[in-house]
Write a new protein. Structure first.
Length: 213
């Protein structure tokens, strides 16, 4: 189990690291393109945040839905597609000055970012599928452990004791039952009558006060 968790967290760390580097390169490309097409200065530096931020926001919604095994909102998918299209376009434009090969190379960070997102989704879905099985394993008793039913109340314990003494041929009297379990006399009498009635095959009302004692 520890090995599985180590592998999972190592994969998550690697995916996040690659995604961070790809996002930074994509951001630089987007700044160049936006600044060269009418949005220089501060606006040019913040504009790419709108593009990549849209991808991150939509991705987080999809990840949350995957983690809870719920259907993701369609809006999240649409916005994710729009963000991917926009970031891919600006990265391709950033490399067109160097020809088709430059465009392909420049588009790689955007593709890497989207690919890392999909890998992260796969890890989250896999973790969600494994969670019920792991919980079941954690609840299984260890070898040699003896599980026994614990009475839910004092009256239940008194009734169980009454049945045991009746089966042994020496049933508790109402006084002994009341004393042993600190029960009111009437409660002890009712319990004794109920157990005797069940053993004799008739209703408790059929038990006479003498039998109940």
């Amino acid at each position: 189990m520890n090995g599985d968790k180590l592998t999972r967290w190592t994969a998550v760390a690697a995916v996040l690291a690659v995604a961070a580097v790809a996002a930074w390169i994509s951001y630089r490309h987007a700044v160049e393109v936006v600044s060269a097409h009418g949005e220089p200065g501060t606006v040019g530096h913040w504009y790419p945040v709108v593009i990549d931020g849209l991808i991150i926001a939509a991705s987080m919604v999809l990840l949350d839905a995957a983690r809870h095994r719920e259907d993701a909102p369609r809006l999240a998918w649409w916005l994710l597609a729009a963000g991917i299209g926009a970031t891919l376009a600006v990265n391709v434009l950033a490399g067109t000055a160097s020809g088709w090969l430059g465009a392909v190379i420049a588009s790689w960070p955007a593709l890497a970012f989207v690919g890392c997102y999909e890998l992260l989704m796969m890890l989250v879905r896999a973790a969600a599928r494994r969670a019920p099985a792991e919980d079941g394993e954690a609840q299984e008793p260890q070898a040699g452990m003896v599980l026994s039913a614990v009475p839910a109340s004092v009256e239940a314990a008194a009734e169980a004791s009454m049945r045991a003494t009746l089966a042994a041929g020496n049933p508790w009297s109402a006084n002994a039952l009341a004393t042993k379990f600190a029960l009111p006399r009437k409660t002890a009498t009712d319990i004794r009558a109920r157990v005797l009635a069940a053993a004799n095959g008739h209703a408790p009302e059929d038990i006479t006060p003498t039998e109940a004692e």
